[in-house]
Design a binder for this molecule. Structure first.
Ligand code: DAT
Ligand code: MG
Length: 148
């Protein structure tokens, strides 16, 4: 089953949106297979956002993502990578549709609440950056018979 890496950023944690965000993905039918509250080191932040190293906002992005605890998660389900991106909304909350997470809760691109992997390759890379194999939990849920 497809897996993706999602993370409530420091602004989302401070704004008490962890529960709200968990609920959205649970109600959609996705299954949580890993989660932890953690503080990201500078080294991990630079690795995670490596594709943006040359962008002018890279320094402030690393400062922001290391500024407080994040809630890192792995979710599983059919098409979870692209569906989670749709549920997050556009990168800049000013362009994000209502009923998306960024559309409902964000105002500025620098504080856009949530991260989500954008492809199968980045999902695999980001899951292994943030989670050891033993930290992911395989389990079956009877309710899946009513989702699939
Ligand atoms: P996404 O998080 O939607 O995958 P991204 O990978 O292009 O977006 O950028 C990573 C993060 O960097 C994004 O969530 C917020 C920040 N960011 C992107 N573009 C920015 C910009 N023009 N100015 C400031 N921060 C930006
Ligand atoms: Mg991205």
């Amino acid at each position: 089953m497809e897996k993706t890496f999602l993370m409530v950023k420091p602004d989302g944690v401070q704004r008490e949106l962890i529960g709200e965000i968990l609920t959205r993905f649970e109600k959609k039918g996705f299954q949580l297979v890993g989660a932890k509250l953690m503080t990201i080191s500078n080294e991990l932040a630079e690795e995670h956002y490596g594709e943006h190293k040359e962008r002018p906002f890279f320094g402030s992005l690393v400062d922001f993502i290391t500024s407080g605890p994040v809630f890192a998660m792995v979710w599983q389900g059919e098409n979870v990578i692209s569906t989670a991106r749709q549920m997050m909304g556009s990168t800049n909350p000013k362009d994000a549709a209502p009923a998306t997470i960024r559309g409902d809760y964000g105002l500025t691109v620098g504080k856009n609440i949530i991260h989500g992997s954008d492809s199968p390759e980045s999902a695999e890379r980001e899951i292994s950056l943030f989670f050891k194999e033993g930290e992911l939990v395989e389990y079956s849920k009877l309710i899946n018979n009513w989702i699939y």
